[in-house]
Design a protein around this ligand. Structure first.
Ligand code: BTN
Length: 277
């Protein structure tokens, strides 16, 4: 990645600082190290390649130079209360969704809690990690990984990784080359715009409107690190009806009751039509 272009294209943002690496273990790990040293608000860590990129639930995340976008942003939330953490996590997914929709005309959706889907396939993932001081949330590292061109997902399969969900990449839908720097710019525009709105009802409405599989039956699994769909570990099944203010997913179950699935380490899968009750 051309560092001059990177700095020029992000000059309008007043970011706290930019740390760029050709190759790095993980931008989230680097951002956490930076937090320990006193990183500024909106400190950005970006890497062309990650050698130990991490996904949710202990999974690996591959970042291929030129084909993927991987960055982490340091936030110091001023808001207090348990409601803020799910919302700040959703902020990453919503910013990617809004950027794809507004600047590229691609109708992306959010697979609760925080995967971004195109055509029901995963195009981006978010790993939000909190830095606590006792009970107080001191900082949040918001790590975002996006598959931009085909090499980003071909490599995942060729490394024999078990894909937890079908994947895609931005260029597959757009059918033209996408400049990762331009995409980063548009995501940051949206992220900074939405950051000031996370406490407002309109933020929840935007998140709810973006939900994938709304009105469809889904299964929720306890995150046990396994991706074998035949494991009988589903904890809930129901039709997605929306979101609660704390970011919980509301499902209508077989008895017609609305149940809330708490935001956390769970996985969601659509129920194949053939096995719906
Ligand atoms: C997931 O879908 O499981 C979340 C993937 C998050 C990947 C990003 S890439 C930038 C940042 N650094 C990491 O090590 N992980 C996140």
């Amino acid at each position: 990645m051309d560092q001059n272009r990177l700095h020029k294209s992000l000059a309008d943002f007043h970011l706290g600082g930019i740390r760029y690496f050709d190759s790095l273990d993980s931008t989230n790990d680097e951002a956490m190290r930076w937090v320990e040293e006193g990183a500024p608000e909106l400190g950005l860590v970006i890497a062309a390649e990650q050698t130990a990129g991490r996904g949710r639930q202990g999974r690996s995340w591959y970042t291929i130079p030129g084909a993927s976008l991987a960055f982490s942003l340091v936030l110091y939330p001023k808001e207090r209360g348990t409601f803020i953490l799910p919302r700040l996590t959703a902020l990453g997914a919503l910013a990617v969704r809004e950027a794809l929709q507004t600047y590229y005309g691609i109708p992306a959706q959010i697979k609760w809690p925080n995967d971004v889907l195109l055509d029901r396939r995963k195009v981006a993932g978010v790993l939000a990690e909190a830095h606590w001081s006792g009970e107080t949330l001191k900082a949040l590292v918001l790590g975002i990984g996006i598959n931009v061109s085909s090499a980003s997902i071909r490599t995942v399969s060729s490394q024999g990784a078990l894909l937890p969900f079908p994947s895609t990449y931005v260029e597959a839908i757009l059918d033209r080359p996408v400049d990762p720097l331009e995409l980063l710019h548009e995501i940051l525009v949206e992220l900074i715009r939405l950051r000031s709105r996370v406490g407002l009802p309109e933020f929840m409405q935007a998140w709810e409107r973006s939900l994938a599989f709304r009105g469809e039956w889904v299964r929720i699994f306890q995150a046990d690190g396994s991706f074998q769909e035949d494991l009988p570990s589903s904890i809930e099944e129901g039709m997605i009806v929306g979101l609660a203010p704390d970011g919980s997913l509301k499902l209508r179950d077989h008895a017609g009751e609305v149940v809330a699935i708490r935001f956390g380490e769970v996985r969601l899968r659509p129920v194949p039509v053939s096995s719906q009750a």
